[in-house]
Write a protein that binds this ligand. Structure first.
Ligand code: IDP
Length: 141
């Protein structure tokens, strides 16, 4: 299976709950490596740009407001089938519908405050990683 990269964000709710390490443990236990990482308090324009694909959706303003409500932890993950593997670890967008044992089932409170972001395709992963990291900041290993 191909080695892929995906972009992951620990959202402000999970950073606020002090569970960055617990979430990283899920990635590492599943065989995903953190190959880039930074903590950042996004500006409104950074959050709007990142979620531009959702700008016509009714929840866009709430989503942006939530994403700038506190610092986030942003990481690129690398491993076999990384995009899907991370989506499986995250669970469904709505934590009430997320499978038991997933990050969102265990750490998220609501569809707005749902603990993590993860790229939904390898193509988007490449775009999202480049949005936050220069190539020289990603350490393949
Ligand atoms: P994903 O994060 O599981 O990939 P997307 O559909 O890409 O889900 O939506 C991006 C983010 O927008 C979600 O993680 C969630 O925080 C928020 N969101 C999605 N749908 C809704 C909704 O119906 N109400 C409120 N927020 C939503």
């Amino acid at each position: 299976m191909a080695i892929e990269r995906t972009l992951s964000i620990v959202k402000p709710d999970a950073v606020g709950k002090n569970v960055i390490g617990k979430i990283y443990d899920r990635f590492e236990s599943a065989g995903l490596k953190v190959v880039a990482a930074k903590m950042k308090h996004l500006s409104r324009s950074e959050a709007e740009g990142f979620y531009a694909v959702h700008k016509e959706r009714p929840f866009f303003n709430d989503l942006v407001q939530f994403m700038i409500s506190g610092p986030v932890m942003i990481q690129a993950l690398e491993g076999e089938n990384a995009v899907l593997k991370n989506r499986d670890l995250m669970g469904a967008t709505d934590p009430k519908k997320a499978d038991k044992g997933t990050i969102r089932a265990d750490f998220a409170d609501s569809i707005d405050a749902n603990a993590v972001h993860g790229s939904d395709s390898a193509e988007n992963a490449a775009i999202e990683i480049a949005y936050f990291f220069a190539a020289s900041e990603v350490y393949s290993r």
